[in-house]
Write a protein that binds this ligand. Sequence first.
Ligand code: SF4
Length: 321
Amino acid sequence: MINEPFYSYGSYLKKKYGVPAFRVGIDAGFSCPNRKSGRESSGCTYCDAFGARAMYQRTEGALSDDVDVNLKKDIVCQTEKAAGFLKKRYKAEIFLLYFQAFSSTYGSTEHLKAVYDYALSLQDYSELIVSTRPDCLDREKVELLADYKKQGLDVWVELGLQSSNDATLKRVNRGHSVADFEKSYKLLQDYGIKTAVHLIFGLPGEGETEIMQTCRYTAGLNPEGVKFHNLHIPYNTPLYQDFLKGKADAPTTEEYLEWVIKAIQMMPESTVIMRLTCDSREDERAAPKDFVKKTEFYNLLRTEMLKREVFQGRLKDNNLL
Ligand code: SF4
């Protein structure tokens, strides 16, 4: 981290591969146990039917042990589209397979293996990355993920915590506890699987004190990665109803910037800051409406941290915040 105030994901990939490396995001139709009747039913209060996956992904799959022919076609189509775009636009040379949509370990181990194997067979990949919830992992699934490491792939799991406060998790209907998170996190660490902890700043009932408690807890785990998100309030969610009643709102750029500056200083220097803001379509969310774009936020953050002469890890060993 030379002259940079934090260890960004871009720097990590550059250091690791030395050539342009990019994620190929695939929606393989996984659903989520917190949306029990499928993707259209309600889960976390801030989650709409489209909120949990990248905007270019649109699939609804089954939980059978096999991969049906339509899903195969869809995965081929998504792979060709994404890899083709990344090669043409960014001269990508290294590809990382990324299952981001909903809970990408929700299904039988046989089904997961079939989906992962099929997607991996379509392109030369260096990494397998799956995003999931703490209650969608058990030893059998973690062993499956660890098998891909033996095949030479780097394996990451992005694990949703959002807040280290059980009352908040209950308030937003996360459907798991901090203890559930700890159990899964430990299992992943036992098998040497790199883990990125997913956090949301600005959840209902949380201010700076609660957010910094979550950051202190997360930093104490010494994770390989962390992802910060500003709360978004999509239409058609329970949270939107609270927003209409004035009971919930999304943080402004200024508020969120201050939280992220503090959070980064608390993180160990080795933890990769894999994400700084949430992504959603402007026309699908009620708030925030005037939040700066992703690149602008990155530049604001970097400039402000350099100006204040603060950096990642500065406060990891004490409780000055
Ligand atoms: S865990 Fe993710 S996909 Fe499931 S309801 Fe919550 S935000 Fe939506």
